[in-house]
Design a protein around this ligand. Structure first.
Ligand SMILES: [Zn+2]
Length: 288
């Protein structure tokens, strides 16, 4: 019965996607994209595409998404929208953030990115244009990756806030009390590895083409940079991670935990310990 209803939902979703796709106009950029994709595949090796291509995609998207927030500080008419008026974004902070980002991107993330080529080879993940999934499936895969990554992030972020380890690793990420988008990946190198590894779990589950890697990078960066721009709109909450998916995860977890009295007690202990550890849990820790 359950299987049947799941199959019905999936086939309805499939039909809905096919319908939406059919009524949308053709993508005018498709021929250019196909040509560019073919050019890259013919002129570069899979290792170069998986490693240097992924690095370029990550850097370009990261700094492109940070750019609007960075430019807003120079636009007088945007100043009224700044959340913490008493804490201006200084050059010194932004430069320090930028240097740490470059170190993390090239010395920590790049070696991790190097593993993607071996991953795609091991699982025979295709690179060609013809087997590239259409956009609705890429989007669905990204959503699946987001749920998995956010669940990982939720528990590990909570753990990083534990009073005995907070000051050694996660404190770095909460250094800026008036954060800005560029600070999204400003973190201790160990945190980059610990939380960053959650990024790859969804890839291991859903990846059937190398484009998912890049689509998921774009999806995740857009979310995390956006979230860090508005950190202080979410202050003083008990959540230690309130990205949209974390809120969903938290809701599911709290529903599960409150089903028995024993588990209710454990939830109370967790929440209480968060309050007790408030010295290690600054206001902005409500986010990544
Ligand atoms: Zn935190």
């Amino acid at each position: 019965m359950e299987v049947n209803s799941t199959a019905t939902i999936l086939s309805s979703a499939f039909l809905a996607v096919e319908y939406v796709d059919a009524v949308l106009p053709d993508n005018p950029l498709q021929p250019s994209l196909q040509y560019a994709w073919g050019y890259v595949n013919e002129n570069y090796t899979k290792f170069q595409i998986a490693t240097w291509g992924s690095l370029i995609v990550h850097e370009a998207i990261y700094f492109l998404f940070c750019l609007p927030g960075f430019l807003f500080q120079f636009l007088p008419f945007m100043q009224k929208y700044k959340i913490q008026q008493d804490k201006p974004e200084t050059w010194e902070k932004q430069w320090r953030c930028f240097k740490m980002l470059l170190f993390n991107h090239f010395c920590i993330q790049l070696p991790m990115i190097c593993g993607t080529y071996h991953f795609t080879e091991f699982f025979s993940i295709p690179y060609d244009w013809d087997s590239m999934p259409r956009w609705p499936y890429l989007l669905a895969q990204c959503l699946g990756c987001a749920v998995i990554e956010d669940t990982w992030h939720y528990f590990l972020h909570r753990l990083l806030h534990h009073r005995s380890i907070y000051k050694h690793i996660h404190k770095v990420h909460h250094e800026f009390t008036a954060p800005f988008g560029m600070q999204a990946e400003y973190a201790h190198p160990a945190e980059t590895v610990i939380l960053g590894s959650g990024f790859f779990i969804g890839i291991m589950v859903f990846c059937n083409h190398v484009t998912l890697l890049w689509a998921w990078v774009a999806f995740r960066l857009l979310e995390t940079i956006d979230v860090h721009r508005y950190t202080h709109t979410h202050t003083h909450t008990v959540n230690t991670a309130n990205t949209p998916f974390s809120l969903f995860v938290e809701k599911c977890i709290s529903t599960l935990l409150t089903t028995t009295r024993g588990l209710q007690l454990s939830l109370t202990v967790v929440l209480w310990s968060d309050h007790q550890g408030s010295a290690a849990l600054p206001a902005c820790c409500s986010l990544v």
